[in-house]
Ligand binder design. Sequence first.
Ligand code: PMT
Length: 222
Amino acid sequence: ATKPILKDKKVLISAGGTREQIDPVRFIGNRSSGKMGIALANEAANAGAEVTLVVGQITVLLPTHPQIKIIHIESTNDLFKTISNEFTQTDILIMAAAVADFEPETVATQKIKKSADNDEFLLKLKKTPDILKTVGATKKDQLVVGFAAETQGLLANAQKKLIKKNADLIIANNVATPGIGFASDDNQVTLLERDQDPKQLPKMTKNELAAHLIKLIATKIN
Ligand code: PMT
């Protein structure tokens, strides 16, 4: 059995992908399966935490652990509202969800149609709120953990996210490498903490990584 290293701690975790609506039948999404965030939720619950799991689009089953409360969201704005509401009662926030950086400027009320004289259709996008950055800025004695999903400049970009989002830990994954990152069962990450050299971890399953991360997070909060 797992040691109760997070007993009585309130942990807020996001998992899965957001969907930004284009019209009544279409959306902008991403390849997140929810596996990484759900593995973290299970591990935190097994460690005695009271977990709130905020899930977007996922391709796997939801966890059934009695200590995990589930809230469903669709868009980045939904996720922003939910995370903002829950954060004040949270000891640890872990943002594993894959969040859209842009959403359609307007949502068409009817299905967008093609016509004989239109060979192009332009979709105008606007920035979504940066949830981690906004919530991270209000942090008191809470622990704020984010991921960095990069296809280039992994360490430099992840280091920027650590500072800009006022995070205590950033888990950087190179999502261009086959077999890790989005949708796979395995991940290979580098951990970035304040005032410490980056720590590269070997490739392991997302469940093994979740166990490693929950242990690290427990030492940081206690
Ligand atoms: O779900 P899986 O298939 O298991 O895949 C796991 C994963 C690859 C999705 C996960 O490991 C991961 O990297 N999640 C973060 C994806 C992401 O949105 O990365 P980012 O570098 O764009 O964002 C950095 C951090 O800010 C993330 O913690 C993200 O949740 C958060 N963010 C991003 C945009 C935004 N508007 N608000 C945010 O809070």
